[in-house]
Design a protein around this ligand. Structure first.
Ligand code: FAD
Length: 341
């Protein structure tokens, strides 16, 4: 029988370490428990809320009237193994980085640049996680979901997931409708591509590595991230707090012409991605202490809870940063983590 706890501290389940209480809380280890959870939620007139590692959510300080389900469905099943690729189905509750490590050790490429991203496998499609030129959508074949509205299990194809930059169906019409149960990936048995990022290239030059193996690419990413990103177990944070804004290419060109240190990423002729971290840093905010929160001194994209920050503090600091950047560059930043209030 599903064990449901009451009035559970949210702080203990999110990496920003802010939040009130979940009215109800349970861990989910298989599909059957989801049916039980739905019944319990209905009986108590409350909604379900899916939780992975809590590394991409900012919670309110109030009591959240939900049944929070911490996803712990495990599994790693090889569905197909050919000379060129392997198809593997992975439980949504598996730790993402443990999965990445397993693929790298097995010489399978496709997710190595996504090394050391915190959280669960099942949450990665939600915002289509990305880093160092890789996005999880590029290896996802399909996703098995439980449809809460229709009480059935179905498989969504990659196309049906409507992936985009830090976006998917799970953030839009599929929100509060689909529980992700397993994710099926296609990983390749080919020589890996070196991520086209200056930090990665520098790392290989410094370490005298000409043709890096998958493991060397993973190690490079872990090393580079370790310098730039605080460990959320020690310094409370949710990674990048803002998305990289996509702006008119004419504005990006103007910015680039005035700033030789700026690297921009063209999306198409009209749109260009500008690094939010660069904008925040150039607005003089890197390392700035706002009292309960700070902009991380090694990476302006990260907001750090200095210990006792509240939800209101986060919103206030977020809005101050957005205003300062807007006033300086005319670009409106958008936050990346989800707000649950
Ligand atoms: C230090 C640090 C570095 C990070 N680096 C990156 C990075 O490089 N790139 C990047 O993209 N992100 C990054 N993140 C953000 C975050 O780690 C990812 O978004 C991650 O995939 C979130 O996983 P989680 O299990 O913690 O999800 P949670 O934060 O628990 O949940 C995120 C969302 O997914 C939903 N959800 C979770 N599980 C399920 C499920 N099974 N079914 C349906 N919905 C579900 C939740 O309801 C919520 O809406 C970073 C975060 C930190 C703290």
């Amino acid at each position: 029988m599903l064990q449901v706890q009451e009035n559970v501290d949210i702080k203990d389940y999110c990496t920003l370490h802010i939040g009130g209480k979940f009215r109800y809380f349970a861990t989910i280890k298989n599909k059957e428990e989801i049916n039980e959870a739905i019944e319990i939620a209905q009986k108590n007139n409350t909604k379900l809320f899916m939780l992975g590692g809590g590394s991409n959510i900012v919670f309110t300080d109030k009591v959240l009237d939900v049944l929070a389900l911490k996803m712990e469905i495990s599994g790693f099943d090889i569905i197909e193994n050919t000379d060129e690729y392997v198809i593997v189905k992975v439980g949504a509750g598996e730790n993402w980085d443990t999965f990445v490590s397993r693929t790298v050790v097995s010489n399978l490429s496709g997710v190595e640049a996504l090394s050391s991203i915190p959280g669960t496998v099942g949450a990665t499609p939600v915002q289509n996680v990305g880093a160092y030129g890789q996005e999880v959508k590029d290896t996802i074949v399909s996703i098995e979901v439980f449809d809460i509205e229709n009480n059935n299990t179905l498989n969504l194809t990659n196309l049906e997931c409507k992936f985009a930059y830090r976006d998917s169906i799970f953030k839009n019409e599929g929100k509060n409708k689909y529980i992700i149960l397993t994710v099926t990936f296609k990983l390749l048995k080919k020589i890996p591509e070196i991520p086209h990022y200056i930090d990665v290239k520098k790392y290989f030059i410094q370490n005298n590595i000409n043709t890096p193996s998958l493991l060397e690419i993973r190690n490079a990413i872990i090393h580079i991230r370790g310098v730039k990103l605080p460990d959320p177990k020690v310094i409370f944070n949710v990674g990048s707090f803002f998305k990289n804004p996509i702006v008119d290419s004419s504005l990006a060109k103007k910015l680039k012409n005035n700033n030789t240190d700026l690297t921009v990423y063209p999306i198409d002729e009209e749109h260009t991605k500008v690094p939010a971290g660069w904008l925040i840093e150039k607005a003089g905010l890197k390392g700035k202490n706002f009292g309960p929160l700070s902009v991380y001194n090694k990476n302006a994209l990260v907001l750090v809870n200095n210990g006792n920050a509240t939800y209101e503090d986060v919103i206030s600091v977020r809005d101050q940063i957005i205003k300062i950047v807007k006033d300086k560059f005319g670009i409106t930043l958008e936050q990346e983590p989800e707000i649950i209030k």
